[in-house]
Design a protein around this ligand. Structure first.
Ligand SMILES: [Fe+2]
Length: 352
């Protein structure tokens, strides 16, 4: 015949709960009430025993614990549970004389407290409320994390689309000009091989790859008559072409937060070690290392490709020239790494 307990509503499914009380009679009675509510109940006689048990069975959604216990009292037990199992709802049981401590328990993160003697209805109502609150907290956290992840994914996607756009632009820009066709991709490859030789890896290498590809993107703002002029440039024409690093940096500003190294390359790839470069006239180590690496790759590709104003040089001669200007124009370490990374320059695919 079903008992009165069997008729109680089940709200917890088969979730685990832990009852901690040093009086076996009280503990059993609490466990029966909670079983009637649908919990699978574990029992412990002290706080220490309860922590050992939790180690074995893992986190439980609900713990109902007495305040006064030997070895580890309710407060100590509550603190340990909050530290190790922050998502567990803990309901503390107190006598009338313990109400001040009960309030302390709430401050320490207890979900609720119950005054003894405990009625079944009261216990069930408090347990239901504590678990609803727990569910809301967990759902809230899940939504928040999920939202953050989605926002992150979307901003990455926006950045990808932006990048695809500027990469296409860089290629379109070069495709119009037989002299520079494939220049950016080759510079990117040379720079990556050089950087790898210097110990760069992972995201740093990715930045150099992209920076090499986009280093001249600002030339989109330079008039073609200046870009393709066969003879030497007037001061005004030189001023115009010298603006491309800054213009490129402005164009790529959406990458500033995620890929600041790319912007450094674009801005500083025409700096020289002796301070006579542009746009900032930086000297030596003041020039970002990524830009010093790309500058070597850029110089090599410029020399080994035919330009409107001069013929190309054979790769071995271009290597010699890199070494000649190492220390004044180019970074000697980057030049040596470039040379070491390309032991067979005669086999390089010099034009795409
Ligand atoms: Fe450039």
């Amino acid at each position: 015949m079903p008992s009165a307990l069997d008729a109680q509503p089940v709200v917890a499914g088969s979730a685990n709960c832990l009852v901690v009380d040093d009086e076996p009679g009280v503990r059993r009675s609490l466990a029966r009430m909670l079983q009637a509510q649908g919990f699978q109940c574990f029992e412990a006689g002290t706080g220490l025993e309860a922590l050992d048990l939790l180690e074995r069975i893992g986190e439980t959604p609900l713990i109902v614990s007495d305040m006064r216990m030997p070895e580890l009292d309710g407060i100590g037990f509550l603190e340990a549970v909050r530290r190790r199992y922050p998502d567990t709802s803990v309901i503390m049981l107190t006598g009338l004389s313990d109400t001040t401590t009960a309030v302390d328990c709430l401050h320490l993160g207890a979900a609720d407290f119950l005054l003894k003697p405990i009625s079944m209805n009261e216990l069930q109502a408090r347990v239901t409320r504590a678990l609803e609150k727990r569910t809301l907290v967990l759902q809230n956290r899940y939504y928040q994390e999920n939202l953050e992840r989605r926002v992150h994914e979307q901003s990455q996607r926006i950045q990808e689309l932006f990048l695809q756009g500027v990469q296409m632009l860089a290629r379109a820009l070069e495709a119009k000009d037989a002299y520079t066709r494939g220049h950016s991709i080759r510079v990117s490859r040379y720079a990556v091989a050089t950087a790898r030789r210097m110990g760069f890896q992972g995201a740093l290498l990715d930045g150099i790859r992209l920076g090499g590809e986009l280093h001249d993107i600002g030339k989109i703002g330079t008039r073609e008559s200046v870009l393709h002029k066969p003879g030497s440039l007037t001061a005004e024409e030189f001023r115009q072409i010298s603006e491309h690093p800054l213009l490129g940096e402005r164009m790529l500003s959406p990458l500033a937060r995620e890929s600041p190294d790319v912007l450094r390359i674009v801005r500083s790839h025409h700096e020289r070690l002796d301070g006579r470069g542009f746009p900032d006239g930086l000297r030596g180590d003041m020039i970002p290392i990524e830009a010093r690496i790309v500058a070597v790759a850029d110089a090599f590709d410029a020399m080994t490709t035919r330009r409107p104003y001069r013929d190309s040089r054979p790769p071995d001669q271009a290597m010699e020239e890199l070494r000649r200007v190492a220390g004044t124009q180019l970074d000697p370490e980057a030049v040596e790494a470039f040379v070491a990374a390309h032991p067979h320059p005669e086999r390089l695919p010099l034009s795409a």
